[in-house]
Design a protein around this ligand. Structure first.
Ligand code: SAH
Ligand code: SF4
Length: 546
């Protein structure tokens, strides 16, 4: 004879771990063999509850939660039957459809108390047994709105009310250590797998955004922990051969006093970082490709390796370079490279750059970086003119598809002396760019749990708490500026950039405080390589935890 089918009725709004532990306990009662069908109750069209999510959403989350769970199935029969959906009606229908199966109705202890009010309750008891799970007293009041979702259980057995005394042989009381089970969501936020869904999520604000960010924080802590790695940022030079329409140090901006940090100053800054326990430094600057420049960087890398006994992690960020150059720098000691794609939408990229700049070359360089064994970093700007939420969602898809190991992304911030300044009315407000950026970071962390994510300076320029918030929810890397002071005001990529006047923002004390406020820990003397990079090289490594 077939094992019974346990019908677990509920609104599952949304399904959470508590529901699953009840289902498991019910299965266990039958030696683990019975099936549990989660019967999703419909949204009553005449009595819409503000806190009840739409049927489709609850259904999708339910399916996700029980996928690959043996013996657990989802049942949408009540979504299709006329409402109100009386249990007796659903039961009759299911019995007709499944003549060979025996059914058991699974309900909570509180439902049992009012059971004699149910339509045809005696018939139900004649047709099938009722299985009851105990409820934890103190949680009853908390969730008044969703009684059937009150699945927080007491260790004790439920009691059979006196008006059901005649039916004790038809009532199964579940017991066990269900109390220990958490009632946290299986996934409070359903992110799906389609950039169109992500585009919607990026527009969440208020409590929904906070739920997204909390979920991301959870996934971050599970996968990369609470450590925040320090990368001392050296803005090596503001000479640039490129003319990006958004950037303050573009070639044609004659207002900029150009500089190159001297070899000695770079080495001093690196030695400082090494001594202070920053696991790594980032050398960043405009895009220069001449031989002299290539050799200078190579020499600096070798010196840094000698000075630190190969300990100091070095990240480079000098735009698009030839494969040979990248190989050379990699061999000299660089292990990571940051090359933002700026936007993954090629048409938009074209609008942000002069015609001699090429999106394809940018992508080709990302390929070279992989081929020459760098930890590959990329990123985008958020809140650009002509950029839609779907463009942003596609940026996330781009990082995932191209298996990027580290991401540094942040808001676009206009600069008065750039051509894109003309479009300043066609961009989201500062607050909106900030909100989008946080949602981008959170969603990225959910999509790519093991990558390194930087909390960027641009976040701090939009909001004093920007970097802290980014660290709290998703980022695990921060880049304190260690460029010699005299150069800082000349590396003026965008307006309000934290620079010389706010240099204390990057002091050790301030960075430590930022990290502490973000409920994270400073990882001194740790290089903090991207876990994603190692997983990419050796797929046998552990899967991300979701
Ligand atoms: N020249 C290199 C690295 C230096 S520029 C390169 O372009 O890759 C570093 C980053 O600064 C750029 O990738 C860009 O994303 C960011 N940036 C430039 N102008 C900006 C602006 N107006 N607002 C926000 N970020 C900007
Ligand atoms: Fe040069 Fe980079 Fe600025 Fe473009 S973004 S102008 S490549 S420094």
């Amino acid at each position: 004879m077939l094992d019974p089918v346990i019908l677990y009725f509920g609104s599952f709004n949304p399904i959470h771990q508590g529901h699953l532990s009840v289902a498991r306990a019910a299965q266990q009662y039958y030696g683990g063999k019975a099936e549990v069908w989660f019967v999703l109750s419909a949204q009553n069209p005449f009595k819409q509850k503000a806190d009840l999510w739409p049927d489709e959403k609850r259904w999708k989350l339910l399916l996700e939660a029980i996928a690959n769970k043996p013996g657990m199935k989802a049942c949408d029969v009540e979504l299709n039957l006329p409402t109100p959906s009386y249990t007796i009606k659903t039961l009759n229908y299911l019995r007709q459809q499944n003549e060979s199966r025996e059914f058991v109705v699974l309900i909570g202890e509180d439902n049992l108390a009012g059971y004699t009010q149910w339509k045809d309750y005696k018939s139900i008891l004649q047709m099938c047994k009722i299985m009851v799970y105990p409820r934890k007293e103190e949680n009853r009041a908390e969730n008044e709105n969703s009684k059937e979702d009150q699945n927080i259980y007491d260790k004790n057995k439920a009691k059979i009310p006196s008006d059901l005394a005649a039916y004790t042989d038809r009532i199964i009381l579940l017991e066990g250590d269900l109390l220990a089970q958490s009632s946290t969501a299986v996934r409070e936020v359903n992110i799906g797998s389609d950039p169109k869904d992500w585009a919607q999520i990026l527009q969440w604000r208020g409590s929904r955004a906070e739920a997204l960010r909390q979920e991301s924080q959870k996934i971050k802590e599970k996968n990369v922990g609470k450590n925040v790695y320090l990368r001392g940022l050296i803005e090596y030079s503001n000479y640039c051969a490129k003319n990006c329409y958004y950037c303050g140090i573009r070639r044609d901006n004659s207002d900029v006093k150009r500089y190159i940090v001297s070899e000695e100053e770079v080495l001093n800054a690196m030695a400082f970082a090494h001594k202070e326990g920053f696991g790594s430094v980032v050398l960043q600057g405009g895009e220069i490709k001449d031989k002299d420049f290539v050799l200078k960087i190579e020499k600096l890398l070798k010196q840094a390796m000698t000075m630190s006994g190969g300990q100091l992690g070095i990240t480079l960020s000098f735009g698009e370079q030839d494969k040979d150059t990248l190989k050379r720098w990699r061999e000299a000691g660089a292990r990571r490279y940051l090359l933002r794609v700026e936007t993954s939408n090629e048409a938009l990229y074209k609008r942000l750059h002069p015609s001699d700049h090429s999106f394809k070359d940018r992508i080709k360089t990302l390929d070279y970086l992989k081929e020459t064994d760098y930890q590959v970093g990329s990123g985008v700007m958020i809140g650009l003119p002509w950029q839609s939420p779907l463009d942003m969602a596609n940026d996330l898809y781009f990082f995932k598809q191209r298996e990027i190991d580290m991401v540094g992304m942040g808001p676009y911030i206009e600069h008065r002396f750039t051509p894109l300044y003309e479009q300043r009315k066609n961009i989201p407000s500062l607050e909106e760019r900030y909100e989008y950026s946080l949602n981008m970071l959170a969603l990225l962390r959910l999509l790519m749990p093991t990558i390194n994510i930087a909390s960027t300076t641009a976040m701090a320029s939009l909001n004093p708490k920007g970097r802290e918030e980014a660290l709290r929810i998703a980022a695990n890397v921060i880049m304190p500026n260690i460029t010699p002071y005299k150069y800082r005001e000349n590396y003026f990529l965008y307006e309000n950039k934290l620079c010389i006047c706010e240099s204390e923002q990057d002091s050790k004390e301030h960075i430590e405080e930022t990290i502490r406020n973000a409920q994270c820990e400073v990882a001194y003397f740790k290089s903090g390589d991207s876990k994603h990079y190692f997983n990419r090289l050796d797929p046998k490594n552990e899967d991300p935890i979701l």
